[in-house]
Design a protein around this ligand. Sequence first.
Ligand code: SF4
Ligand code: SF4
Length: 105
Amino acid sequence: MATIITDDCISCGACEPECPNEAISEGDEYFVINPDLCTECVGFYGNEACQQVCPTEACVPDEDRRESEDTLFARAKALHADKEFGELDAETSRFRNPDAINPIS
Ligand code: SF4
Ligand code: SF4
């Protein structure tokens, strides 16, 4: 389930540099996320980095694009072929974070 930016976005730009995958860009109406690059920050952070800095909480799970932690982690590895990923834990996967800002449903 990639993250999606809702129309609550005020185009402040705070999220764009926080994404480990450069998945965020400015769209026609507001900022947008490329779902092929979004890993919900699995492999990097225990929360979506975009949502953590968003002043309007506009970065939410896309319920129409549900993906497993395995799928998202595989994507992170493919996008960062030169990076050594350790075991996933609460610090590196929202799926394992009991205090996730967007709880797993
Ligand atoms: S959830 Fe993470 S990987 Fe996805 S767009 Fe936001 S910052 Fe980037
Ligand atoms: S941080 Fe939130 S309000 Fe700012 S550009 Fe990103 S999604 Fe939009």
